[in-house]
Design a protein around this ligand. Structure first.
Ligand code: DHB
Ligand code: FE
Length: 284
């Protein structure tokens, strides 16, 4: 008889396969092919790569190592993980460059739409013995003009205190540490959850092989993922990090910004920590 798998049995290939499946069902805006745009972007991307090959006098052994590595990333389903760690932060920066409201950050590969929702406040779904410091996370959603947005929706998802995400590591309840709050008539929301731990991107697969070969580390600082929506406004996808947290200054995904650091304080009643963070959304 084999034992039930737990989150500690997570593998890059298993996590990657789940992330790939989720990505493939994700709906995106339909795009039409603009030949001039494709030629310009793909052409410049190849030119940048060609320049690197010249600059570093890349050998045939290295070229073949690249091919085997790319094949392995695909076989393990690690493309969503790899791209979100090493590329997404620049897309986010470009797309949100003109926003006056709250700063965004990368979505990452582990968002699942449709988590359980409540009005005003919620306790995220969690195990009876969920490890970690209890955290009350609350705030208000406003427009850039300062007016509260009562119809706003706030989605929160994050890793557990062992650094694993439900639906991507085995053995966790379906919606563990994922939930949605519909803001109250003053645009306010509150979540009761637990503080997440720093997250080590799966390192037993192709991405880990590259990180080890380069002598880098595989850590992301502890973070909360959020999406905030309100009608007539641009939604914000972001992350919040903890003041003084490990890896805030060396995030492998380059997704930390000074505006995104929160500093929870101990609660007067001794029940863990609390923090307030308000969101500001740009009008369409
Ligand atoms: C990855 C994981 C995350 O939790 C995140 O926020 C970004 C990227 C990853 O494993 O690729
Ligand atoms: Fe994450």
């Amino acid at each position: 008889m084999t034992d039930q798998l737990t989150e500690f049995d997570a593998t890059a290939a298993g996590t990657g396969a789940n992330a790939t499946k989720m990505f493939q069902v994700k709906t995106r805006e339909a795009t039409t092919v603009d030949h001039a745009r494709v030629a310009a972007v793909a052409g410049d991307a190849f030119a940048a790569l060609h320049k690197v090959i010249h600059q570093h006098r890349v050998t045939y052994a290295e070229y073949d190592a690249l091919k085997s590595w790319l094949i392995r990333v695909g076989e393990d389903g690690e493309w969503p993980l790899f791209l979100d760690v090493f590329v997404e932060h620049v897309v986010e920066e470009v797309v949100n460059a003109d926003r006056a409201g709250s700063k965004g950050s990368i979505e990452g590969p582990f968002y699942i739409p449709g988590a359980p929702s409540e009005v005003g406040s919620t306790t995220l779904p969690m195990r009876d013995d969920e490890p970690g410091t209890p955290l009350l996370f609350q705030g208000q959603v406003r427009g850039v003009d300062g007016a509260p947005l009562p119809g706003a929706t706030v989605e929160l998802w994050h890793a557990d205190a062992n650094g694993f995400y439900s639906r991507f590591a085995p053995g966790l309840p379906e919606w563990n540490l994922r939930g949605v709050v519909l803001a109250d008539p003053e645009g306010r929301f509150a979540f009761r959850t637990v503080k997440p731990a720093p997250y080590q991107i799966p390192h037993d697969g192709a991405t880990g092989q590259l990180i080890e070969a380069a002598g880098w580390h595989a850590w992301r600082p502890a973070h909360l993922h959020l999406k905030v929506f309100a009608s007539g406004h641009h939604s914000v996808t972001t992350q919040l990090y903890f003041d003084g947290g490990d890896y805030n200054d060396s995030d492998i995904a380059s997704a930390v910004k000074p505006d995104l650091i929160i500093a929870p304080t101990p609660r007067a009643d001794g029940a863990g920590e609390e923090v307030t963070y308000d969101f500001v959304l740009d009008r369409f």
